[in-house]
Design a protein around this ligand. Structure first.
Ligand code: NAD
Length: 482
């Protein structure tokens, strides 16, 4: 089946071809065949999109002058348009990324919910009055930052683009979205929804293109006021360097190496299920994957047996007509990377408990077996680096402090998990973990209203919830001496 959705860039309220006429060919990770061919934005196109967004963000523009409640109505209409398109976006995302239709559906739902959540925020973004000496009146206003750039990764293409677009638009900003060239298709549906919802021209622009060309053009454009970047820690560093030159604000949502810590008193069924889901969902291609399983020695063998059993009975399959529970990796080159990590794990002395290879019963698709390593120590490469695939590293511990130390001994600090029935253990460990998010007795979990983001090299700034309002507004203090 070939792609029949939008194929052009969405700039200033119109579908437009790319200046150089270049295209991006996307490959379906299940069939290994070309699925779509769409326009590829060059630097010139990105600049056009930023110019349009800058005009739409000016004081006195239609968008900037809107009654906040009307901005909320636009966002509800936008969410309604996405909901009308939901089945199509789900199918496209599944073909483009390889994730199962079930997983793609969850992503689309989450994006729609996020737009509805922030639609409710537009008339509640308010400042403070501040007590100051004398008869003065001092107050703050929360104003839009202006033009926001959104650079998204390939693992949750639609959901993560929506995650930052929704609060940025709710706060009265305009936006330019550059999806990953590996999975650029679903982002184009934001353009389609903008059309259907009647958003003023230039408020939302979509420019699929390469990171090197379009991404650099966006991150270095001096008219951009805030960059919302989700991707690898390495590219995040480059984005910060670019942003530093223009003193542009950044939100960085980067990599992770999440620990799931299982204590002996835990409900082991729930823990095994959560730890399995936390690493094999989305074929392990998750910033918040629970890729390290820290298990107390008393329950180590029992938990490992359960997780291995679940891994071995996970049906593989992706795409609309080939639904399994774990889809393929996104691309051939990524499967090579993941297989290299598996070799490194063996060479460094970890024990391969299950998986480790390419399934023999699949003729096509970038599938890989759900893989579990035991006897892992936290200094091994497979415990330190983000593999971004279905590879679980099991590390044994003997007391609570050791578990906390191992969990915190990581350059990353995104999501962590704790499995225990004891509230005092849960509370103490949650407080002791250097992670932006801690989930007790389920993994992974997030909602539009809960802050998402990391400590350390997992980035800074927060998407979702109230903190995202801070990211996409700037505070103006007004002092009145009447
Ligand atoms: P990536 O860093 O390679 O690319 C992310 C985006 O940046 C893409 O759109 C890419 O085209 C663009 N890009 C690449 N080089 C660029 C440059 N020099 N200038 C500007 N833009 C550039 O990441 P990826 O491989 O697409 O995604 C996987 C990574 O994303 C993993 O590390 C994962 O942990 C991380 N991630 C983090 C979160 C989070 O919320 N913390 C969520 C999902 C993924």
């Amino acid at each position: 089946m070939r792609y029949e959705g939008p194929t052009e860039l969405y700039i200033d309220g119109s579908w437009t071809s790319a200046s150089a006429g270049t295209t991006i060919e996307t490959v379906d990770p299940v069939t290994e065949e070309v699925y779509a061919s769409i326009a590829c934005a060059e630097a010139e196109d990105v600049d056009r999109a930023v110019d349009a967004a800058a005009v739409a963000a000016e004081r006195g523009s239609e968008w900037r002058s809107l009654d906040p409640a009307d901005r909320g109505r636009y966002l509800h209409a936008f969410a309604d348009a996405l909901a009308e398109l939901e089945d199509e976006i789900t199918m496209v995302e599944s073909h483009d990324n390889g994730k199962t239709p079930f997983e793609a559906g969850l992503d689309v739902d989450m994006a729609i919910d996020t737009f509805r959540y922030y639609a409710g925020w537009t008339d509640k973004i308010q400042g403070d009055t501040i007590p100051v000496p004398g008869d003065r009146i001092d107050y703050t206003r929360r104003e839009p930052v202006g033009v926001t750039a959104h650079i998204a990764p390939w693992n949750y293409p639609f959901q993560l683009a929506g995650r930052s677009l929704a609060p940025a638009l709710a706060c009265g900003n305009t936006a330019v979205l550059k999806p990953s060239s590996t999975t650029p298709l679903s982002a184009l549906y934001f353009g389609e929804a903008a059309d259907r919802a009647g958003l003023p021209d230039g408020v939302l622009n979509v420019v699929p293109g390469s990171g090197r060309e379009a991404g650099t053009a966006l991150a270095t454009n001096g008219a951009v006021d805030h960059i919302a970047f989700t991707g690898s820690t390495g590219v995040g560093t480059t984005i910060m360097e670019h942003a530093a030159k223009n003193i542009t604000g950044v939100t960085l949502e980067l990599g992770g190496k999440g620990p799931n810590i299982v204590f002996p008193d835990a409900n082991l069924d729930a823990a095994a299920s959560g730890c399995h889901y936390g690493i094999f969902m989305n074929c392990g291609q998750m910033c918040w994957a629970g890729s390290r399983l820290l298990v107390h020695e008393e329950v180590h063998d029992e938990v490992v047996d359960r997780v291995v059993e679940r891994a071995e009975s996970t049906p593989l399959g992706g795409g609309i007509d080939d639904d399994g529970r774990m889809g393929p990796l996104v691309a051939d080159w990524h499967r090579e990377d993941v297989l290299d990590y598996i070799e490194t794990g063996k060479e460094e002395g970890a024990t391969l408990a299950t998986g480790g290879g390419v399934p023999e019963d699949r003729d096509t698709g970038y599938f890989i077996e759900p893989t579990v390593f035991t006897d892992v120590t936290n200094d091994m490469t497979i415990a330190r680096e983000e593999i971004f695939g279905p590879v679980l590293s099991v590390i044994e511990f003997s007391d609570t402090q050791e578990a906390i130390d191992i969990a915190n001994d990581s350059p990353y600090g995104l999501l962590s998990g704790v499995w225990t029935k004891h509230i005092d253990t849960a509370h103490h460990v949650a407080e002791s973990l250097d992670y932006g998010m801690v989930s007790v007795n389920e993994y992974p979990v997030t909602f539009p209203q809960t802050p998402f983001g990391g400590y350390k090299q997992s980035g800074f700034g927060r998407e979702q919830g109230t903190p995202a309002i801070d990211e996409y507004t700037q505070v103006k203090n007004v002092n009145l001496n009447i």
